[in-house]
Structure formats: structure tokens, C-alpha cells
Ligand binder design. Sequence first.
Ligand code: TUI
Length: 312
Amino acid sequence: MKTRVTELLGIEYPVIQGGMAWVAEYHLAAAVSEAGGFGILGAGGAGADFVREQIRRCRELTDKPFGLNIMLMNPEADKIARVAVEEGVKAVTTGAGNPGKYMAAWKEAGIRVIPVVASVAMARMMERAGADALVAEGMESGGHIGSTTTFALVPQVADAVKIPVIAAGGIADGRGFAAAFMLGAEAVQLGTRFVAASESTVHANYKQKIIAAKDIDSEVTGMSHGHPVRQLRNSMTREYLKREKAGASFEELEQMTLGALRKAVVEGDTAGGTLMAGQIAGLVKKEESCREIIRDIMEHGMQLLSGEGRAK
Ligand code: TUI
């Protein structure tokens, strides 16, 4: 399938794997790119040297294009922005902030720049700054989120800009893919379903929690301090929300979560760790390869878009 996004990134299918902190390491990104989608390495809170190593390892596993996500709250974001140029990734996506100050350098290096936005105002600003495409991410997503749903955000962003829009948040199958295209998107970005992929190296406990999750099993922490993060409900979120409600300071709450994502991903601590996941986790029923996931989305999605299929 050809869209402006597949052309921009040089990929076969308009399916992108989100650059999730700790989760999106080189095995996963390479597997998605090898399957014809677009894999993205997630820099998350990592240091620049670690990110450089990830890029090099990914390149050993695939000749296909892949990207790098830079979480802009990372204290080493400046250094990582330079690593992207030095190592020559195909595209950079950004999250949790405004990447304006890096865009000239990335564009000059021939890197495709795709900021993740959660509002129309930010989308317009990024287009003016020279973005090649945008990810419009609704609040159904896991991790750091905005406050508008995918269903409302995607058509409004698509109307506001001329560059192609990639829809994210609450999408995990062919129905979500078809719906996103109906709303004006030219590709989709998925996170949660890829966390449970067989090539994903997250702890088996984390995958099992996503597979067991129901529609209402996620919770948003940090809303009162302007840093909302969606994750699966557990002892950690209960304690966090209790303290947040009691008026705990941002610093105290931050202290609680420091290292908690690593605890979930690496150690499989499903009680005290942060199990970031989107609201669509209830739809993820089993562990499958990236190739199977992309094939399922494309087959069913195309059927629906051509009017031949019915929703399952
Ligand atoms: O970035 C994400 N999702 C993330 S980042 C992340 S790492 C993390 N780890 C621990 C605690 C908190 C975060 C986990 N998930 N999604 C993209 C996204 N970007 N969603 C919303 C935004 C956003 C928010 C504000 C983009 C721009 C923005 O603008 C602020 C400004 O500077 O104007």
C-alpha cells in the first residue's frame, strides 16, 4: 500500500512501531522494519552512548530503514539529537515536548522529522518549523499523554496541516487502521500490541499483564502536576494516586516513579513497576511475531477500506 508516509520513509506498509522508552530496543525495531513496517528505537531516558550502540546494533540486524524516538525531557536530549545526525537514522520522532531547536540540523542531515503532537496548535507549529509528517497521538495511548482522544484529534490535525498525519492511540488491529484512514491519517503508529510481540525483549510478566488486561485496566497518574502517564493499574498506581490526591509534591511523586519503568521491563516487577500500556491493551490477546501483527493489520484493514470486509 502506497501513501505519502510509505514514500517518505521508504517502507512497504504504513504501520509504525512507537519509540517506547526501555521497550523499543533494537531487536523489536529491526523486526518491525524487516516485516515491512517502520521500527523505531526509543531513547527514553537513556544516555547518548547507549543510543548510539542501539542504532549500530539495529543496523546489523536489518538493511531496511528505521527511526529513533527522542523523549525531549531526557537530560541528554541535545547529545542524542547529535547522535541521530552522526549515525544517520532515516527518521526522528519526538515526544513530550517541542523539538523546534533541533529541526534545522536534522533536516540538513537529510533526516525525516516527525514530531509527535497531542494538539492542533502544536501540529501547526511543527509544520511551520519544517516537519515532514506528524504523529497525532490521542490520550488512549500508553505513557505520557495529552488530553484529546484519537477520534477527535486526528481529523482536526488532518484539516489543520498539509503534511501527512500518522494516527496513534487506541489502534491495535485492522479496524483501528481503517478507522484512522477514514479520519484522514496516512499511516498508523502502534505501541501496546508490539510490547507483547515475540521479538519484544520486555520481561514475560509485562507481556502477560498486557495480554490479561481488560478495557478499563489502565490508570492515568501525574495529572495534577501536568505530567499525565497512562499505565496498567497495580500497587504502584494505587499508592501514587493516593499520595497525589493527598497533595504530594511533584518531587515526592517523581521519586516514587524513578526507575519504575525499568523495574517492569527488565525485572518483571508487575506490582511496583510502571506497566505503561494503552487503553487498547484489552484487544491484545496473544504473543505474535511482528510479521504476524503487521500482516493481520494490513489484511483486515485493507478489506475494511475496500468495503469488502465487515468488522470482526
Ligand atoms: O512521549 C510520548 N509518550 C511517552 S514519553 C515516555 S518516557 C516517560 N517516562 C517516565 C515518565 C514520563 C515519561 C513515555 N511515554 N508520547 C508523545 C507525546 N508527546 N504525547 C504528548 C506529547 C506532547 C506533550 C506536550 C508533545 C508536545 C508537547 O508540547 C509541550 C510544549 O513544549 O509545548
